[in-house]
Ligand binder design. Structure first.
Ligand SMILES: Nc1ncnc2c1ncn2[C@@H]1O[C@H](COP(=O)(O)OP(=O)(O)OP(=O)(O)O)[C@@H](O)[C@H]1O
Length: 411
């Protein structure tokens, strides 16, 4: 349980909501997966589907040396629902990327060729989707076929995984039957979830234990995986800024804002204390800043996200709580004010990828700036760079031209 009044109230509110929602669900306590038995669970960004089960934020985040309580799976799951509540219409010019075979948006097919039922096809066009992305084009023909293929699929952040499994779910539903026919579950450890049931698991990242777990849970799946070097997106340019301390990081950020105009920006801090400190500093500089950390009650979190989504604040300062799932097209800049690390102080590559994936949605250009403040964080960032094999270039924030060039590239 959380250790302050707000957080306790949020915990109890969420737990009573969940209890109410789950009261009719019967779970078989004997059916524990190896991970569940070990007290572990799946990757937070997994979107599982049984008949279609979705969205297992099972781990939460446990950063080292942090005063931020790791959110419970229920908290993260609830927040995820809020984040996905309103889909943002995507008006990007993505046609060019959709013709580039190296792009995750590449597609040779049209939605008509995917055999979607007519009403779903209408819905897709209503959303403003002209052509499927690579994951949609690859997965949907298999998923919509009569034999109900199970699938474990990986595709980069913001490339349309949600539509892939939601369209599958919707295509399985007969609206004349007055009972639930598709189920989105979190966490993924509940096993079926009946042989006739189709199980789908979608994520931008799979580390080895999660993939092993997924293969225990999903019988006989088709597996779609990315190569390591494909996991991070080329349309998100990555930079780092070398600073001496927290104050210097703030000055570097001010310099960036002083030189160029930024659309919307998400800034990730390691602790809620740093986040609150930074929010005050930025407000002092005249920025409209939203702060979203774990002590907020659920309604407050929803309000903060909705205000940010509506553009009332241009800057959202947060912790790992918001690293995954949020889909706001206008976010052009992600700042890692602190490099993401796990509970052992090791670089957290998965959270890094999810954090920077909040920009560069569905082919849009994005910019990720990492603030390092000494050899330790520099070494952590180097390991992240080596892991993904993508260059993280140095940015001199005292050099206005360099800032203009970096930001200009993503406009
Ligand atoms: N075929 C399409 N054409 C245009 N826009 C699309 C298409 N498919 C999805 N989108 C839009 O792209 C955005 C990103 O999609 P989505 O949130 O499903 O990505 P994701 O792969 O689940 O990302 P993440 O791993 O970060 O959660 C959304 O705004 C969605 O509405």
């Amino acid at each position: 349980m959380a250790d302050d009044a707000w957080a306790q109230a949020a915990d109890s509110q969420e737990s009573s909501q969940l209890t109410e929602k789950l009261k009719d669900v019967k779970l078989d306590p004997e059916k524990k997966t190896p991970e569940a038995a070990a007290g572990g669970s799946g990757d937070g960004d997994d979107k599982a589907a049984a008949g279609t089960a979705s969205g297992a934020e099972a781990n939460g985040e446990k950063p080292a040396d942090t005063d931020e309580k790791a959110p419970s799976p229920e908290e993260v799951s609830f927040l995820r629902k809020v984040l996905r509540e309103r889909l943002v219409q995507n008006k990007n010019e993505v046609e060019i990327m959709q013709k580039d075979p190296n792009s995750p948006l590449y597609s040779v097919k049209s939605f008509e060729e995917l055999n979607l039922p007519p009403d779903l096809l209408m819905g897709v066009y209503h959303m403003g989707f002209n052509a499927p992305s690579k994951i949609q084009e690859t997965a949907l023909p298999m998923l919509l076929a009569d034999d109900k293929t199970n699938m474990i699929a990986q595709s980069q952040s913001g490339t349309g995984k949600t539509a892939a499994f939601v369209l599958t779910m919707l295509s399985r539903i007969d609206t004349k039957k007055p009972y639930p026919q598709a189920l989105c579950l979190a966490p993924t450890m509940e096993q079926n979830l009946g042989r006739s049931c189709q199980m789908l698991l979608f994520s931008a990242t799979y580390d080895d234990p999660v993939m092993a777990f997924a293969q225990v849970v999903v019988p006989d799946p088709v597996i779609i995986r990315l190569r390591r070097e494909e996991e991070s997106l080329d349309n998100i340019k990555q930079y780092y800024v070398s600073c001496e301390n927290r104050e210097a990081k703030f000055r570097a950020l001010s310099n960036i804002y002083g030189v160029v105009s930024i659309g919307q920006c998400m800034i990730f801090c390691h602790t809620r204390k740093t986040a609150a400190w930074l929010a005050e500093k930025m407000k002092g500089d005249g920025h409209a800043v939203a702060l979203l950390t774990g002590e907020l009650m659920v309604e407050q979190r929803v309000a903060v996200i909705n205000r940010f989504r509506d553009g009332k604040e241009k800057v959202l300062i947060t912790t790992n709580l918001c690293a995954r799932g949020i889909d706001i097209e206008q976010v052009t800049l992600v700042v890692n004010f602190d490099i993401p690390v796990d509970q052992y102080g090791q670089p957290d590559c998965e959270n890094y990828l999810h954090r920077i994936g909040r920009t560069g949605r569905f082919g849009k250009n994005g910019l990720a700036i990492n603030m390092v403040d000494g050899p330790r964080s520099m070494s952590q960032l180097s390991k992240i760079q080596d892991h993904f094999g993508k260059k993280i270039a140095k940015l001199d924030t005292e050099d206005a031209e360099a800032i203009e060039t970096a930001v200009g590239e993503q406009e």
